[in-house]
Design a protein around this ligand. Structure first.
Ligand code: UDX
Length: 469
């Protein structure tokens, strides 16, 4: 389709193809961008992989077209849960076969009466294999980076980090400052397991190479948050248009046809926790979530449960069905419910943006995926940081050492330590100072979307650019 809102498809002069990476933390910002572009009069067709856990539910976005793309990722790689291996396999497939190019060619062939002409392909920056196919068909590509600007700088610096001996990281070096990328330490760099280091390095080198030929680069961050980091990218990358349009969820929620609507990624959200939040005292609730991929073992789950219970603080805890790998489902310790007695609420999946915006929520225990970090920044919510992999460590580092709106919970998860951290954030004077600084940042987010605000200008520039293609 591509029309929506009762309009015929051809009422929209141009169409954009959008291709997200099939993980929640990547699908969300791409769809938020899609909502914004659609709200500005562009028709949208989403190209998507279907064989992954967090699948899109096309029924929830009837105004978009959806086209399934073969992923070519072997079943054992999907089953392994190794995200880097999966993404490498997706790109290898796109580079080695014509299947993706055929999908694109078919979409381009629809231009005319039934569909507006496709102006460009928006692609997740991790799906760089798509760019080559688009180029062969003369279709310009615009990349969306769903991570921070600091993260992209770190990726651009990978060759230097190798050359200067920071990578691959030795255990003994982890606390060493990376003086070329302050305030990062070796432990904060974009890392996966040591076993995957070569694969990750090659993958990042290809992604960086591809980044230099995009027609524009869009980042889900905002100028006031990462001023220096954005400037560095602009100096380094050599493409004319580097746009900071974030936080995208804020912009998309202002779009007429999406305001108040659920995310269209499965699993569906449990909205009853909002009713529960309505009954809680303002600023009293700690929201706890580790996003869509991070996991813990059953011992850690138990320590978190008792830490939350013993803290005496109200909490809303997202316990995903697959939070404890290798189990039939997470099992909370015996006696936990009696101990908590209605002071806490556990849910398999929450409407996170709504939760963070709720007046009752006063703190966020997060794994610091970039979306969660940015959503917390946008609501002025201070954080307990418990990063696990990829960009999460550096996001946590910025939360702590640059923005001063949270602190890291380090070392083993242990109930007493957890209880202390919760009280520090929710009741202590340090937590109060972090909340105040977070409140200041929240104001800066709001000003990004006011008339003349940086993210609004960036979106306008992006729309003009797409219209010129
Ligand atoms: C992944 C990586 O882990 C992360 O490091 C990278 O920055 C993006 O990709 P994920 O782990 O899922 O993402 O974390 P995050 O980026 O925070 O995205 C999670 C998304 O799921 C957020 O938009 C959040 O609002 C949403 N969410 C999470 C819910 O809607 N409900 C929940 O209960 C939990």
């Amino acid at each position: 389709n591509g029309g929506g809102n009762g309009r015929q498809p051809h009422a929209r002069a141009r169409r954009v193809l959008m291709f997200p990476l099939p993980f929640q933390g990547h699908i969300n910002p791409m769809l938020q961008l899609a909502d914004v572009l659609h709200g500005r009069g562009l028709a949208v067709t989403i190209l998507h992989y279907t064989g992954f856990r967090n699948t899109l539910d096309p029924a929830l976005r009837p105004e978009f077209g959806f086209v399934a793309v073969p992923d070519g990722v072997p079943a054992d790689v999907v089953a392994s849960g190794n995200v880097v291996s999966m993404i490498v396999a997706m790109n290898t497939t796109m580079e080695a076969s014509v299947a993706f190019r055929d999908v694109l060619a078919a979409e381009l062939g629809l231009a005319g009466e039934r569909m507006p002409r496709a102006a460009c392909l928006f692609v997740d920056s991790s799906l760089f294999g798509a760019q080559k196919a688009a180029e062969e068909l003369g279709l310009p590509t615009i990349a969306l980076r769903t991570g921070s600007a600091a993260c992209f700088n770190c990726i651009l610096a990978y060759p230097m980090l190798h050359q200067n001996g920071y990578l691959p990281p030795e255990e003994s070096q982890l606390d060493m400052p990376v003086k070329e990328l302050p305030p990062l330490r070796v432990r904060d760099l974009f890392l996966s397991s040591r076993a995957d280091h070569d694969m990750l390095s090659k993958f990042l080198a290809k992604a960086t190479h591809a980044a230099r030929s995009y027609s524009a680069l869009v980042l889900n961050t905002f100028e006031a948050l990462e001023t220096d980091e954005l400037e560095k990218i602009r100096d380094e990358i050599g493409i004319a248009m580097v746009l900071a349009t974030g936080p995208l969820h804020r912009l998309s929620s202002k779009t007429e046809d999406t305001a108040g609507r659920s995310s269209n990624v499965l699993p569906h959200e449990d909205h009853t926790c909002i009713e529960w939040l309505d009954t809680q005292i303002t600023g009293s609730v700690l929201y706890v979530s580790v996003g869509s991929l991070a996991c813990m073992d059953s011992g850690e789950l138990s320590e978190v449960a008792w830490g939350l219970a013993n803290s005496g603080q109200p909490f809303l805890w997202v316990v995903r069905q697959d939070l404890v790998p290798g189990s039939d489902g997470p099992c909370l310790p015996k006696g936990f419910d009696d101990m908590v007695m209605g002071r806490g609420r556990v849910t398999p999946w929450a409407p996170q943006q709504e939760v963070l915006a709720h007046r009752a929520v006063g703190g966020f225990w997060t794994h610091n995926g970039w979306n969660s970090t940015l959503e917390s920044v946008a609501e002025g919510c201070p954080m307990i940081c418990r990063p696990q992999f990829a960009d999460q460590m550096m996001n946590a580092r910025y939360v702590d050492a640059v923005w001063g709106i949270g602190f890291e919970l380090e070392g083993e998860l242990e109930r007493n330590k957890i209880g202390e951290a919760i009280l520090k954030l929710m009741k202590g004077s340090e937590g109060e100072a972090m909340r105040k600084r977070a409140g200041e940042l929240k104001k800066k987010v709001a000003s990004c979307f006011e008339s003349g605000g940086s993210s609004l200008l960036a979106i306008n520039e992006l729309i003009d650019h797409v219209s010129s293609l």
